[in-house]
Structures are given as C-alpha cells and as structure tokens.
Design a protein around this ligand. Structure first.
Ligand code: SAM
Length: 279
C-alpha cells in the first residue's frame, strides 16, 4: 500500500520499520509531554514523512534529523526547505554524537526524540547511551512490551537483562500507551511513549561493563535456575557467602546493585596479582 502526499507517493518499507504516525491527537500529546524550549538542542531519529518533524520545527530554533531512507530524506528536504532543519541521511546506529558535538560545540546537551523503528529500537537506545554524558533526555515511541521490560522491578515477570541494562544507564519513565490505530501501516503491537533520563553519575558503577553484560546474560539465560546453578562457572558457595547473596534465589529476585557487586567481585578477583580461583 502506498501513502500519497501532495506530489509524493511512498510505499512503507518494512525493513526500515516504517509505521508512520497519523493521529493528530497523539502527535500533539507527544509534543506536549516533551516540554520543549526554543533553545533546546533537539535531534529527531527517524523523521519519516515528518509527522513529528513539523511540530518540532515549530517549537525549536534548530532541528537535526537522522533518516536512513534516501527517498524520505529527499521528501523532507523538499517539504520543509527550512534553514532551521538539518537532515542527516544516514544510519542512526552509526551516528557519532561525540564528533557531531565537537563540530558544533555547545554547552547544551542533546534532547533525542523519535518514533523509533521497532526492529532496531533497543540497539538504537544503547547506541545513544554510549554518549549519555552528552544527552539531557530521550523521548521515544517503543513497543509496549519493550518498555515494560525496560521499566520492570525485581520479582516482576518482565524483569530481566533489558531492565538491568536500561536502568543501569538511565531512569525510565513510561508516559502513555498508544493504540496501533495511531500508525499507518498499523503495527501488530501496541506502543508506549517513554522518557529516558541518563544518569549523570552512576551511584554504584561496575568496573567492567562487558563483564556486567555477560553475567546478566548468563543469569537470565537460565532464569528458572537458582543463582548458584546459573552462575556456577563464575561463583562458588564460598563466594556467595562473601558477597552475602542467597545462592538459592532465582535471578529475577536479585536487584541491579547485586548484579553489579557480583560483577565487580569477579572482575577484582581476575585482576588480583594472587588469583583466588574458585574450585
Ligand atoms: N517519525 C515518523 C513518524 O512518526 O511517522 C516515522 C517513524 S517510523 C516508525 C521509523 C523511521 O525511522 C522511518 O522513517 C525509517 O525510515 C527510519 N529509520 C529506520 N531505520 C533507521 C536507521 N537505522 N537510522 C535512521 N533512521 C531509520
């Protein structure tokens, strides 16, 4: 099916996760929840046909957008031809916020906004979190289940790796649920509009982020097992006593801080000059 706009017709591309917002009430609700100031330094990820681009352009002095689809980037350029708009026709997963910031130095942090392509929404979020010190906040439309997993607390059924990795980096504030009828074509899933605020300082940081990711992955790959069984390759019974963590718990019962303590313990042991390997 094609979308007709004055002298422009576009067939939504599944591979780019193109589900365009078409409900003016939802668009207005999104904009009102972002509380924009005209001096804000906004980047829109995946502007598509410009449903959010237009009200964003009306609200800020300058807007940068990143769009992978060449046809849509051209369409945006022709539709808005505004000196206030800079279009980056590229893959947002490769967008280097740090070098962009160096080219356009400003004391202001970025505000990222987007109705993200669902097929790559989680990698996109983690890509931008690599630049968290440059980001004030992110407002994204995501699949409802993904936001539920991001925001879940221990003991909740949705609590898992995504909750831990997301909450380690930022505060997650789900704002409202959006019915799939607000999009064209209609996605199979419901959506949630969410605010993510990167922590400016992480109160209890891990000393090894890659190991932290590996430990949480190992633990939740076997979420029905006890911690003792799931983390057997890494921790002995004695280690659990030292850490003061109950080895009979399931991974879903463990708060983030304990996953960080486990990671830092293992990391410390592997870097000790006298290595205390567990047997
Ligand atoms: N913002 C528009 C709206 O709300 O109607 C479009 C949203 S649509 C869900 C996702 C948009 O992201 C599409 O325009 C798609 O072409 C674009 N996109 C997909 N993958 C991308 C990527 N890797 N980098 C930048 N844009 C991408």
């Amino acid at each position: 099916m094609r979308i007709e706009r004055a002298r422009f017709s576009h067939t939504p591309r599944k591979r780019f996760g193109q589900n365009f917002l078409q409900d003016p009430i939802i668009i207005e609700k999104i904009i009102s929840h972002i509380h924009l100031k005209n001096t804000d330094r906004v980047i829109e990820v995946g502007p598509g046909l410009g449903a959010l681009t237009k009200p964003l352009l009306d609200s800020v002095d300058h807007l940068d957008v990143i769009e992978i689809d060449r046809d849509l980037a051209t369409h945006l350029k022709e539709t808005f031809h505004s000196p206030k708009l800079t279009i980056h026709q590229q893959d947002a997963l490769c967008f280097d916020l740090d070098s962009f910031n160096k080219q356009h130095p400003s004391p202001k942090k970025f505000r990222l906004i987007g109705n993200l392509p669902y097929n790559i929404s989680t990698p996109l979020m983690f890509h931008f979190l690599k630049f968290s010190t440059l980001i004030e906040d992110m407002h994204f439309m995501l699949q409802k289940e993904v936001v539920a997993r991001m925001a879940a607390a221990p003991h909740q059924k949705d609590y898992g790796r995504l909750s831990i990795m997301s909450q380690y980096h930022c505060k997650i504030i789900p704002l409202f649920i959006v019915d799939n009828s607000a999009f064209y074509p209609k996605p199979k899933v419901q959506s949630t509009f969410v605010r993510l605020i990167p922590h400016q300082t992480i109160s209890f940081p891990t000393s090894n982020l890659a190991l932290f990711q590996a430990i949480t992955r190992t633990a939740f790959n076997q979420r029905r097992k006890t911690l003792a069984n799931a983390l057997k390759p890494h921790l002995s019974a004695q280690d659990f006593i030292i850490l003061n963590i109950n080895p009979t718990l399931r991974p879903e019962a463990l708060p983030i801080v304990d996953f960080i303590r486990i990671t830092n313990f293992i990391n410390q042991r592997s870097t000790d000059p006298i290595e205390h390997k567990h047997s």
